[in-house]
Ligand binder design. Sequence first.
Ligand SMILES: NC(=O)c1ccc[n+]([C@@H]2O[C@H](COP(=O)([O-])OP(=O)(O)OC[C@H]3O[C@@H](n4cnc5c(N)ncnc54)[C@H](OP(=O)(O)O)[C@@H]3O)[C@@H](O)[C@H]2O)c1
Length: 323
Amino acid sequence: MDLIRDDAIDPTPLAGKRIAILGYGNQGRAQALNLADGGYDVVVGLRDRSQSLARVEVDGLAALSLGDAVDGADVVMLLAPDETLGELYRSIEPRLKAGAALGFSHGLAIRFGLLKPRADLDVFMVAPKGPGSALRSLFAEGRGMMGLFAAEQDATGHARGIALAYGRAIGCGRAGLLETSFAEECEADLFNELAVVWGPVPEILAAGFDTLVEAGVKPEIAYMECVGELRLLADLIAARGIAGMREAISNTAELGAVIGGPRIVDDRTRQTMRSIMHEVRSGSFAEALKQEAGSGYPKLTEARRRAREAAVEQARLSLEPKG
Ligand SMILES: NC(=O)c1ccc[n+]([C@@H]2O[C@H](COP(=O)([O-])OP(=O)(O)OC[C@H]3O[C@@H](n4cnc5c(N)ncnc54)[C@H](OP(=O)(O)O)[C@@H]3O)[C@@H](O)[C@H]2O)c1
């Protein structure tokens, strides 16, 4: 499967189009600024009493209410938190012009039926594979971030072309775009969050830190070993792959990795991963997200509090430069 880059992408499906970005958070701000730098006609739609109004104005963009931003827009990107997109879509649907394109940066709202787009709309996704802050800083440096794209509903015959042109306009075409579907992107992304990078990696760093401290190692030393080296690993894997990373480290580190790694990630771990994949596909995680939002985010609030108070965070703070 080939990466599609700028030179193979026709920008004309977006030429002269008005693009409304709804939500000015991680992705909204980065995508809006990248589009504006490229000369596109961008407006930002914000909810009433939005926390982000001042930021949009300082950034020099036009801020409108959600409905006013949607009026007359050819492309409308839904860039608020996933669990809010059903309600957000229903509030703007009457103002979406016939044949407009509705864009997402994640497949969850469509894959798990939080909303059902009107039949006359094109529905597409461009999902940058990283945080908005990096999407923006890479773009400003003349580089880009890889992304996934998909066309889910092609009412006008232009949905795929619009998705590619949008991916190019926000800089993902500089690094390359891969074609997917909303379901594949959503399931793979949720699986990774639950079972690989975003869930287990921080847990294993903290568990390793706790084990060393319990064994009498000073917290600062334990932090530098278990947490501080993650960036080195990530940089090596990004530059050379897993095999190249192994070859770049000392024989001591490599033998340690070869003996220790499979003892931690064993058959039971793989079986748990399969169970998590099943849960993702069944929709039980999407349901949990809806319930969490509906009850005011109690689990996230508690997890953030515990993370701030954890010994590993105290060790990090004690290594921060003072003053
Ligand atoms: N985080 C990432 O970098 C990342 C990476 C890839 C894909 N994605 C996807 O990109 C999309 C946006 O995620 P995000 O992390 O950028 O979101 P986010 O930062 O949490 O979005 C915050 C923005 O959404 C607005 N907002 C919150 N609730 C709203 C509601 N009920 N109605 C209208 N606006 C609302 C906020 O309004 P205020 O201004 O009033 O606070 C703020 O402007 C999601 O589909 C996500 O999965 C995100």
